[in-house]
Design a protein around this ligand. Structure first.
Ligand SMILES: NC(=O)c1ccc[n+]([C@@H]2O[C@H](COP(=O)([O-])OP(=O)(O)OC[C@H]3O[C@@H](n4cnc5c(N)ncnc54)[C@H](OP(=O)(O)O)[C@@H]3O)[C@@H](O)[C@H]2O)c1
Length: 306
């Protein structure tokens, strides 16, 4: 049994990882901050991790085998408006946690993003040169560099995922479902392509990568490439919504604060070789996402926050 300390346990990835993993083969302790969780079976710590001494205190108390660091400011436009806070949370904090993990001989898995590239070409490999276009992507790149500098044995995963979150607003998939279920017209960007992975599939890959002892930088996104518009249409078809509710649009007409990379596709050859099997496909992930909806999972997790 592995004991995971999961930061960002009230967030989209952290919560789904904790709920899926705790009490199965593994044990989980989560860390939340402004959205404390209740009614959950796994143990929690509440902390502002950027406060000096907090990560050291938690490590000494929890004594985990692995730290899965999901906490971040993952709101791209908020980072653009609050660059100093983004730098503290996304760049400095990961390095501090990596150093603490190294000192305590604890394994660290750090979650980064596909958005570190400028998206001029796409299908980027781990040796391609990042060129961040926004405060979010620049601070996330600095964060992964800080992690690997402080702790070369850490595993850094550049990801892109969707699933159900406590706020109901953290993933693009939720945006499409929330609006189309109320027959509201939405825009779907035809000029941004990406490789979405269902969060439960990502949780499985993280566990497997940990079991295999992978370290260093890996790209870990879905194997299927699609535009954000295509993603919305696939959701409409899976859920039985009217796909004409999605208007094809350009990201330039989206009114977004921060610049977005038009091509977020990553090559996953390295992780596929390391795991010795293909990554979970898009359609099976989408079916899981719908099945959770049918079983009331999105409503259930909303009750977990105070
Ligand atoms: N969502 C995506 O599609 C996507 C794509 C690529 C990469 N990523 C990366 O994946 C990771 C997880 O993203 P997510 O979407 O799950 O994020 P999220 O839903 O926005 O959750 C962020 C989490 O970080 C916690 N947090 C923020 N500041 C903190 C602090 N100072 N101290 C302690 N906890 C703090 C939040 O706690 P409270 O809410 O309790 O305050 C929350 O649990 C991030 O590293 C993100 O950059 C996400």
């Amino acid at each position: 049994m592995t004991h995971f300390l999961v930061t960002g346990a009230s967030g989209l990835l952290g919560l789904n990882f904790c709920l899926a993993v705790d009490g199965k083969k593994h044990k989980v302790t989560g860390v939340d901050y402004r959205n404390p969780l209740k009614w959950i079976n796994f143990k929690m710590q509440q902390a502002n991790l950027t406060k000096p001494g907090s990560i050291e205190r938690i490590i000494n108390e929890v004594k985990p085998d692995v730290i899965l660091h999901c906490a971040a400011n993952a709101n791209v436009d908020d980072c653009e408006s609050h660059p100093e806070e983004a730098e503290t949370v996304n760049s400095h904090l990961p390095g501090e946690i990596a150093e603490a993990a190294c000192n305590h001989k604890i394994r660290m898995i750090h979650i980064s993003t596909d958005a570190v590239f400028d998206g001029e070409t796409g299908n980027y490999s781990e040796i391609d040169m990042p060129n961040p276009l926004s405060v979010y992507s620049l601070t996330k790149l600095r964060g992964e560099n800080a992690v690997l500098a402080a702790n070369p044995q850490a595993l850094v995963l550049r990801v892109n995922f969707y699933g159900w979150s406590i706020s109901g607003k953290r993933s693009l998939a939720e945006f499409f479902v929330n609006n189309m279920s109320e027959k509201k017209q939405v825009k779907g960007f035809t000029d941004v392509v990406f490789c979405p992975m269902m969060v439960l599939d990502l949780a499985d890959v993280i566990l497997e990568a940990n079991d295999k002892g992978l370290n260093g930088l890996f790209h870990c996104v879905g194997p299927d490439v699609m535009s954000k518009y295509d993603f919305g249409v696939a959701i409409a078809n899976q859920f039985g919504f009217d796909p004409d509710l999605i208007t094809p649009a350009s990201v330039n007409d989206g009114g977004l604060t921060a610049a977005r990379s038009p091509n977020l596709t990553l090559s996953t050859k390295k992780i596929v070789a390391a795991l010795a099997h293909p990554l979970p496909d898009f359609q099976s992930g989408l079916k899981k996402f719908q099945s959770q909806y049918q079983h009331g999972f999105p409503e259930m997790i909303k009750t977990l926050v105070e």
